[in-house]
Design a protein around this ligand. Structure first.
Ligand SMILES: [Zn+2]
Length: 257
């Protein structure tokens, strides 16, 4: 059994965990999962994420609004976020960012404005950010250069060259089960190109289950596959990979385990 598995990005408040959430989390903690950051995506899920973090010592959370929900974001929400962010166990602002794949419901200029507002908030609160960037690499990098936040690009999908640029900004990259997919050449090259001290592992569960569980509901136990793949790419053993990525998560989110 591996120890020190740290899931830096999960959504355990998702309805797909409704039936067995408690049993599942308890069994994960008994099987090597040391910590989880539950990322919010809407104002509603900020509250459900915080409730999980308050219930389980191993769960931390991020509060923020995902680009899909950007059109509903108001300045009052920003005040609420600032208040929530001061609660113990809130370790980041997230997930925030840009998603140009689904930009019908959420216009790009609105996404950018809401992303910028939350980058400013993170700076005011001196918190790291968890960034969602889907098919919006250029605009994301432009805003990262402008605001220079501490944080992580989660479910990293950019090139190896962009990965180096992100590392140059002092940020981390989060890798999901996508790394284990047959067509994951780009993610593999990106993971190979950056130093170990900038790597995080994550599930983004219930989505993104790694091989051999692709398509099933994902949970943090499946990080064994993602971590093993990453360890192989880096030429270290899986336990070392889990130790390092756990330490990286604690450094970034200022968690004392
Ligand atoms: Zn997510």
């Amino acid at each position: 059994m591996y120890r020190n598995i740290f899931d830096s990005h999960a959504h355990y408040d998702d309805e797909r965990f409704e039936e067995d959430r408690h049993e599942l989390l308890e069994s994960l903690f008994a099987n090597g999962v040391r910590g989880i950051v539950n990322a919010a995506s809407s104002m509603e899920s900020c509250k459900t994420s915080l409730a999980l973090a308050q219930r389980y010592p191993q769960v931390y959370c991020a509060v923020g609004v995902h680009p899909d929900a950007a059109p509903h974001f108001t300045e009052e929400d920003c005040v609420v976020l600032a208040k929530l962010a001061k609660q113990p166990k809130v370790v980041a602002i997230g997930e925030i960012g840009l998603d140009y794949y689904y930009d019908d419901a959420s216009p790009r200029d609105v996404q950018r404005a809401v992303f910028e507002r939350q980058l400013q908030l993170a700076a005011e609160l001196d918190l790291p950010v968890i960034i969602h960037d889907r098919e919006a690499h250029q605009d994301t990098m432009e805003l990262l250069h402008k605001y220079r936040p501490r944080g992580v690009l989660h479910c990293y999908s950019g090139s190896a060259q962009m990965a180096k640029e992100v590392v140059g900004l002092g940020m981390y990259l989060g890798f999901t089960g996508v790394l284990t997919f047959k067509n994951a050449k780009k993610a593999v090259e990106a993971a190979q190109s950056i130093p170990l001290d900038r790597l995080l592992i994550e599930t983004d569960c219930p989505y993104m289950a790694p091989e051999p569980n692709r398509g099933r509901r994902c949970d943090s136990g499946m990080l064994v596959y993602t971590g093993s793949k990453l360890a192989e790419l880096k030429g270290i053993d899986p336990q070392q990979l889990f130790d390092i990525t756990c330490q990286n998560a604690c450094d970034l989110f200022q968690i004392a385990l």
